[in-house]
Design a protein around this ligand. Sequence first.
Ligand code: PLP
Length: 415
Amino acid sequence: MDFFNFKGNSLFAEDVEITSLAKEYGTPLYVYSKATLERHLNAFESSFNGKKHLVCFAVKACSNLAILNLMAKLGAGFDVVSEGELRRVIAAGGDPHKVVFSGVGKTYSEIEYALSVGINCLNIESEEEIETVVAAARKLGVVANVALRVNPGVDAKTHPYISTGLKNNKFGITEENAFDLYVKMSKIDCLNISGIDCHIGSQMTSGMPIIEATDKIVALYNKLLSAGIKVDHIDMGGGLGVTYDNETPPTPSEYIAPILERLKSLDVALYLEPGRAMVANASVLLAKVVYQKNNGDKHFVITDTGMNDMIRPALYGSWMTIINSTIHEDIPEVVSDVVGPICESDDFLGKERKLKVKNGDILVVRGAGAYGSSMASTYNSRRLPCEVLVDKDKSYVIKKRQTFEDIWKDECIIK
Ligand SMILES: *Cc1c(COP(=O)(O)O)cnc(C)c1O
């Protein structure tokens, strides 16, 4: 559910007409709906049935400061995967005590920074990383809260690039090694064994893989408990999917209920790290139609928005819904490839879409909020897109469109 709906023949973001936003701010334009963001966070927050929990928004899905600030004000924690993301959270007013830090390649300086700001938990992904955490904790004279990211060997049944819980993925520590490493960590005085972490993949549209993973994590929890190692939280990661086309993922409460059921008798808090499910359909990307042409049998709708602004179709072959913000009743529908101006053949937003389009129309890519602006680049020396947040009948710029000079401002000509 979102707050992008037609009134008559024109699409609105909450109470603001999409075409008026395009006119005011230009295109490409990311438009976020505040009410949708609030709704999604509340859908998570209200699903824990009194169980202690922490919802850690995965910053990489959408890292705009205004969005992070909104989430922080609503009480969310954050999952970060780099020092830059952690600094962003702090710059946005987020509380480092509610931040977990994941990632296979955390460097010493990133770990030291995270410990210095009092991070909630470091999710350690290799045996060697333990040594780095110990070194940083000793240097700072602090006790580091840690979890191991366990790879439960569960198939998330999603795109291979976003599946992370299989044995041949680079992520996490295998189930077989996890127990021994916990025992090893429990003997180190500057480590506090805080949790067990896992994250098995993204865009999961069935609840089964996470249930399978929970069973494995609970088994590890019990095994650790019998060895005298008691963790205070279980982190089941992110990965809940959304509807891009006709997928029918579980709702947050349907997704969380069976996890809670399995943790019912355990004295642990449940952490989750949702990214996509929180922000995907809270934003649309506006693209203006510049030209149309036929090459042989194909009709192309050429827009001013390319793979640098939205890389998901090119990178994962993702299907994203594209609609016209204005419904035309007077022109025929044409099956079209919607493409951008970039010099790459995979620069498309959608292929073989039935559209009624006139030049100058504002096309709307739905579900653009997750891995949209956060993956945008300046490829082809194109400026990063402008972003606005709509709150009822008002709109606010939350990221200014770059100037051209911004694109090359860090580059130096050798004298
Ligand atoms: C990317 C990521 C997430 C968020 O995944 P979504 O599919 O967007 O919910 C959560 N945790 C970790 C460790 C991640 O890498």
